[in-house]
Structure formats: structure tokens, C-alpha cells
Design a protein around this ligand. Structure first.
Ligand code: ADP
Length: 479
């Protein structure tokens, strides 16, 4: 067993105030490692280091930043099997999903390595004779990145890479449940040629290190992905001291299935979108909104497909669905299963805790029918392998139900009608719309984000990321 994995501050590996065991959710006797946690004082030291690094790093030539990010990307690709395995062991997503996520992290660093060289400004003529106007983008300063446990390497990558690409200094606070993937990524970044202090890893609790980051006057901006409750705190803290914030939070993503849908496509979109990654994706489909004539055939086919899925150890290559991330999340999932039943939902498949060869947090994927849009199961995010079916009479009702939620991250439709697909793309109140595709599963080079209660602030990913990670300057010159 390795000695406690430490934080990275000011170019050095530093001790924390305590070390905590990181447990494999597929096998609770397997300890991935011990990882330190820091406190407010440790965070203050990291902010000071990042602040000191900013003047030089923010003025570094774009090619220097390109080289760092390219190096990180190359190493992630070279080690994707090993890192994917670590991710599966730590978070419980399957090996294939883990390797896929690591690949995506490599792609993101590669994309932003290119973006370093592509950041351009504009030159305009002034309304006054002889005066020229330049519009340029500058980095913000020290940026706090607060990430969740469900994508332990991809979400950190899509915040860290643009932050560094545009010349900001980074404080990275990963979720308490997944320090292993965060540490492995940080160790790669630490060897990539950054000046000391430009990147800092500050593992610790949300209540102490996370909150301290929100309150620190020298943290210019916070990019956060996590729950709505914490997102609200981040927004309030940012507003109180005029710090820029970007929030990605929950979803209650609809998948509309119309009578004219290709049944096999609809079933695969449902299985993938609702149950893969154990349903622990903010883009997961949790409400299947199904028109009358296809409803029964669709439910039968989904149940048949669910019967063939193997729920087991994430590291077993034959597993389709790994465990839930921890005991607390499993309890929440089981609680929602009880709530759905109490509200009159019909459990047509799954929903029981499972035991396997090793002790872990295994849950049979659950499907409910006969549910109504206003039930809690259709309004609140479960964040587990639990989905419900809402029966509707036609497309118009389906669209109204799809939009009748306080969230607006991703929305899908399965149909062979060009008219309905086109109308849905235009009228779904969501940041991302999927036609004949699962609601989850997005590309790395295009904007990611939602509307309403799902997101707040500019989009993440792709070239749109610069909206958050840079500030615009307008300069006038009389020549
Ligand atoms: P989840 O329910 O998915 O764990 P959270 O919003 O609690 O969602 O956690 C997402 C991230 O926010 C984690 O890194 C967590 O440590 C952090 N966090 C939790 N509470 C706070 C807080 N008060 N201030 C800042 N960060 C926090």
C-alpha cells in the first residue's frame, strides 16, 4: 500500500491534516489508497502559491502552454488502460466506461492544447478618426475548480485544461469519494512543465476546503459541477464578492418515444441513457415519455433487455452495470424506489439490493410504469439506475411533459418523423437535444451545458469554454 497520496501546492507534494481511505465500491475490503485532506490553512497556502504564479504564467507564450497540455494529453492516452482501471476500481463504472472516460480526458487536453494557439482577438475602427480599437481576451487569475465524483477524470479535465490554456492558475478540489483519479491526473500535470503554483491539487472536504475557496477574496472565479444545493451556495458566495461562477448541476432528462420510433433504437437509447454508468450521470435519461400505441411494446422490450444485463464487479469485463458509488447513494436510490411505489408507480423490473461474490453497493436497475409527471420520481433527480415511464397520448403532450421540469440539461426524442424531430430540436427547453440518440454521451469538442435549474453561467467545453475562463479587454489607440 502506498503511503498517503499528498496534495500538490506551489510545485511541491505536501501533507494534509488527515488521511482517508478510498474504498472500492465493488469490493469494500479493497482500499484503493489513503489520500490526504487539507483544511482552510492549506487552501490559503495554495491560493498564495497560485497568486504568485499568475503574473508569469498569464504572460507565458501560448506555445509554452500548448506544450504542457499536449504532454498531459499524450501521457493520458499512453496510460489509458491503467487509468481506466483505477477509475473503475475507485468509482464503480465498468472498465470499458472507465477507459472511455480516460480517453475523453486525453482528447480534452489535446483539444485545449490546440486552443492555446487559436485564441484570437479583433481589431475594429473607432467611431473617432485615427483611433483603432482592439478587443482581446485575458485570463482571470486564480480559478477554483470543484468537481463531483461521477466523472472523476473527464470533468476535472474539462475544467483544468481550458483554465490553464488561457493562462489562469488552478486550484483543483476533487470530490471526497474519488481522490485516486484526481491524484493520478494531478501527478501527470505536475510533471508536464508548469511553473510552480500554476496548478495546485487541494483534496479536502467540501465544507472546509470547498467553502474556503468560495470565500477567498483572491479566487477570481469558481467552476463547479455537483448538486443543486451546493451550486446555490457557490452562486450566492460568488455574487457576494463579485467572483465569476459557472455551475453544472442536476438533470431530470426526458426521452420522448413516439409511435413511429424504431423500437430497437428506443430501447437502446433507454438502456444506455438510463442505466449505463449505473445511472450516475447528470445527462442520464430518467423520464421515458412514451406515446400510447408503442407504450406496451416498448416496456416489454426494455424489460427483456434489462433481464440480460449483468450487474457486478466493475473490473469484471463481462459486467454491464457496476455498483452504486457508496452506501449513502445506494440508500438514496432505494429511498426513491420506495417513494415511487408509494406514489402509485408500478415497479416492472428490479429495484432490489443485490449481493455478489464480494461485498459492494450493488443495485438491480429499476423501471417504473404508470407514473405521472408530478410524482416526486419524475421531478427530483435520483442519480441512480432508476427510471420511469410516463404514458402520453401524442407528441404535443410528450413535449409539454418533457419541458415540465425545473431542470433543462439534455432532452432526447426517438422518432422517424422529420417534422417532430425538427420541432423537438427547436422547442425542447434543454441545453442539449438528442434525436435517436441517448440523452447521455456528449462529444468533447462542442459546448456542454443546460438551462433552467441545470446550469448557470457560460457553457463548458469546446471553444465556448473561453467565455468563462477569459475576460474581454477593449483597448483604444490614437495613432
Ligand atoms: P454530490 O451530492 O454529488 O456529492 P455535492 O454538491 O455535495 O454533490 O459535491 C460536489 C462537489 O462540491 C464536491 O467536490 C464537494 O466536496 C463540493 N462541496 C460540497 N459542499 C461544498 C461547499 N459548501 N462549498 C464548496 N464546495 C462544496
Amino acid at each position: 500500500m502506498n503511503a498517503p497520496f499528498r496534495n500538490f501546492v506551489g510545485g511541491e507534494w505536501v501533507e494534509g491534516v488527515e488521511a482517508v481511505a478510498n474504498i472500492n465500491p465493488s469490493d469494500t475490503t479493497d482500499i484503493v489508497g489513503h489520500y490526504v485532506r487539507t483544511d482552510r490553512a492549506g487552501l490559503d497556502a495554495a491560493v498564495a502559491a497560485a497568486k504568485a504564479a499568475f503574473p508569469a504564467w498569464s504572460r507565458s507564450v501560448p506555445y509554452a502552454r500548448h506544450e504542457v497540455l499536449k504532454k498531459v494529453s499524450d501521457e493520458i492516452f499512453a496510460r489509458r488502460d491503467e487509468l481506466g482501471r483505477l477509475l473503475a476500481r475507485e468509482e464503480g463504472k465498468t472498465l470499458a466506461e472507465g477507459i472511455g472516460e480516460v480517453t475523453r480526458a486525453g482528447q480534452i487536453f489535446g483539444f485545449f492544447a490546440g486552443e492555446c494557439l487559436r485564441l484570437a482577438g479583433e481589431t475594429l475602427a473607432s467611431v473617432r478618426p485615427g483611433v483603432g480599437v482592439e478587443v482581446t481576451r485575458e485570463p482571470l487569475g486564480v480559478i477554483g475548480l470543484i468537481t463531483p465524483w461521477n466523472f472523476p477524470i473527464a470533468i476535472p479535465a474539462w475544467k483544468i485544461a481550458p483554465a490553464l490554456a488561457y493562462g489562469n492558475c488552478v486550484l483543483f478540489k476533487p470530490a471526497e469519494l474519488v481522490p485516486g483519479s484526481a491524484w493520478a491526473l494531478s501527478e501527470i500535470i505536475a510533471r508536464a512543465g508548469l511553473p510552480p503554483g500554476a496548478f495546485n491539487l487541494v483534496m479536502g472536504s467540501g465544507a472546509s476546503v470547498g467553502q474556503a475557496m468560495l470565500d477567498h477574496p483572491d479566487v477570481a472565479a469558481i467552476s463547479f459541477t455537483g448538486s443543486v444545493a451546493t451550486g446555490r451556495r457557490v452562486a450566492a458566495a460568488g455574487a457576494a464578492r463579485f467572483a465569476r461562477v459557472q455551475l453544472e448541476m442536476g438533470g431530470k432528462n426526458p426521452l420522448v418515444i413516439l409511435d413511429d420510433a424504431d423500437l430497437a433504437t428506443a430501447v437502446e437509447c433507454t438502456i444506455n441513457g438510463a442505466f449505463f454508468s449505473t445511472g450516475q450521470r447528470c445527462t442520464a435519461s430518467s423520464r421515458m415519455i412514451v406515446t400510447d400505441a408503442i407504450h406496451d411494446r416498448f416496456v416489454d422490450a426494455v424489460v427483456e433487455r434489462l433481464r440480460g444485463l449483468k450487474v457486478d464487479d466493475a473490473l469484471d469485463p463481462t459486467t454491464h452495470i457496476g455498483p452504486v458509488v457508496d452506501e449513502g447513494q445506494l440508500a438514496q436510490d432505494l429511498d426513491y424506489i420506495r417513494v415511487a411505489e408509494a406514489e402509485g408507480g408500478r415497479r416492472v423490473f428490479g429495484g432490489e439490493r443485490l449481493s455478489r461474490a464480494r461485498a459492494g453497493f450493488y443495485l438491480e436497475p429499476a423501471l417504473f410504469t404508470e407514473t405521472a409527471p408530478d410524482m416526486r420520481i419524475n421531478r427530483e433527480e435520483v442519480f441512480g439506475p432508476v427510471a420511469s415511464v410516463i404514458r402520453v397520448k401524442d407528441y404535443e403532450e410528450a413535449l409539454a411533459v418533457a419541458n415540465g421540469t425545473e431542470f433543462g440539461l439534455s432532452a432526447g426524442i426517438c422518432t422517424t418523423s422529420l417534422k417532430h424531430a425538427t420541432h423537438f430540436k427547436r422547442n425542447a427547453e434543454a441545453g442539449m437535444v438528442m434525436v435517436n440518440l441517448p440523452t447521455a454521451g456528449v462529444d468533447f469538442h462542442v459546448p456542454f451545458g443546460g438551462r433552467k435549474g441545470s446550469s448557470y453561467g457560460p457553457r463548458e467545453q469546446g471553444s465556448y469554454a473561453r467565455e468563462f475562463y477569459t475576460v474581454v479587454k477593449t483597448a483604444y489607440t490614437l495613432s
